[in-house]
Structure formats: structure tokens, C-alpha cells
Design a protein around this ligand. Sequence first.
Ligand code: 5GP
Ligand code: MN
Ligand code: MN
Length: 328
Amino acid sequence: NYKRSLEEAAAFMRAHDRYLVLSHVNPDGDATGSALAVAQMLKDLGKSFVVINEGETPEKFSFLPGSSQILNLSVSPLEEIFSAVIAVDCADRSRMGKVEHLFAPDVQLLNIDHHPTNDGFGTLNVIRTEAAATAEILYDLAATAEFLLQPDLALCLYTGLLTDTGGFRYSNTTPHVMESAARLLTFGVNPGDVAERCLEVITLGHVQVLRRALASLELTHQKLVASVAVSRQDLAEAGANREDAGGLVNYCRNIEGVEVGISFVEADTDVFKVSLRSRSYVNVAEVAQKLGGGGHAKAAGCTVKGPIDTVRKQVLSLVGEAIGSERG
Ligand code: 5GP
Ligand code: MN
Ligand code: MN
């Protein structure tokens, strides 16, 4: 029962004095917006808290209220041990990154997420796979638990809704998403500004990486699959970081007639971040899960180790099987 689980989540947020709030590695707009939305709610309750991420929060989310207080653990280690933790937008423990040294042995962990592959790793779980974004669950939480909706909270929630629906374009854009977004706008959120920051602006580094990625474009499986690969050397030559390499997969999936788009981005020597997107019938979350990752039916990811040729072959073969079985 969704409403009851929201009430339990609200009770959790009232039960402790101090909280650790976190989202997933390489945080996106929903992860960052949701973590900061939880922070707003805790502030509203007069609680003390620390918001962390395993790594850096992308510069483009610096407009979100509270973002400057997100501690980047890779540069600012924390000594404190927490007995109450709130994880948002994380499908499993590994998505939180290297953070568990901050957890007390008897840690109470509230897991709020919308991924179908969520394994319920919390001691209390609010998992709603019908939600387009974790921010949508938090919007419902705010309504149910009568947290004060105010401009800062509205901006964080709106950003999560906007980014996880690809600008209200993906098939997860339900009436409830639109109604929630509309209500959030009444708190003064500037939709043009948020969309510009989150969806429109691209870095020069991104364009330089894109140039190299497109040179590696391959169409396979009767042109149903399009993939690109970017090496560490490509990133270095482009003067780009990994964040600049985000979104490459969309160019693949957007090609007319393509069912599955894939990008391979070398995160470390012979370690590839694989992003998968499907257009209609292939469940890429199942493919990603076979490789230790997860996600949604039409947007999923995983990390695969090995030289690019081996990694590409392995992933393409699993995608080929998925296409085969889903077309019967
Ligand atoms: P992206 O390709 O943009 O990194 O991720 C697409 C979707 O797949 C997101 O919903 C993200 O949460 C999920 N995802 C990406 N990488 C991983 C991973 O390594 N493990 C899991 N469980 N989910 C992932
Ligand atoms: Mn996310
Ligand atoms: Mn999300």
C-alpha cells in the first residue's frame, strides 16, 4: 500500500535527530533534485543532516538550492558514523557508491526509489515503479505527510520530474506527472530556465566527444542496434570529462528504425560504462541486469570490464538475444 509506505517514510524522517542523505554515483537531475528535496523536508522538520555523494555533483545542477552543501566524498572524506540514512534514486546498494563505511552496524536505511530493478536493500523501502522519477514519489510524500511545499522544494522536485521524463517526452509522462509539475510551477519555478540548464545547454567538451563518438558509430542486427564507443584517449583529446560523455546514447537510439541504442564510455582503463536505450519493445533493464547493472525497461545501464572489442561483442550479443526473443 503506497499511501501507508509514504506515511512510514514520513515517520522515519521524524524519528531520528540526524540523517545521512545520498543518491547514486554519477548523479543525474532526479538523483540530485531528490536528495536536495529530502534535505528541504528534513530542514522543515528541524532535523540535522549531511547530504553526500560518492563523487562530484555536476556543475549544471549548481542552481539547485543546497547543491553547494552536497559533500563530495572523493575529496572531502567524512569521519562521522550515521544510524539513519536516506537513499534516493538508488536501485541497489552498489548504486550508492563507496559510502557504507559511514553506516552504523544497526543502521536504519530508508530506500526511496522508482527503478523496477530495485532489490529492496533498505530497512524501510518505498519503491514505486509506476513513478516516472523519485521526485514524483517525494512530491506524493510531501502531499501525504503535509510537508511544506515551498519554492526551494518545488524547484528540486520539478527538476527531478523534468529530467527523468526527458523534458516530459518519455512514455513515463503520466497525467500525475503533469499535474504534479503544474502544481510545482505555482511555487514560482521557472520552467524555461530549468529546461535550459538541464536539457538544452551542452558543453564544448560534449560536442568534442560527440565528434569522436559519431566516428565510432556502428549499426548492427539489421540496423536495429546502433552503438558508439569512446575511449579514455578520446576523452583526453576532447578535453572532456565523463559528464561531457553523457547523452551520447540518445543519438544512437534516435536514429530512425533503430530499436536499441548503446554507448560505451571508458571510465577507467578497460572499464566501460554502458548505457542502453530502447525505442519500443526491448527491455534493456533485463540486459543490463545480466551484466550486473539495472534500470528501466527503456533506459538502463551497467559497467563492464575488458577491452572494448570484447565488451562490445558481449553486450551486442545479449542485445541481439533480447531482440530475437522479444520479436518471437
Ligand atoms: P544511464 O545510462 O543514463 O547512466 O542510466 C540509465 C538508467 O539506468 C538510469 O535509470 C540508471 O539509474 C540506470 N543505471 C545506469 N547504470 C546502472 C548500473 O550500473 N546499475 C544499475 N542498477 N542501474 C543503472
Ligand atoms: Mn537517476
Ligand atoms: Mn530516477
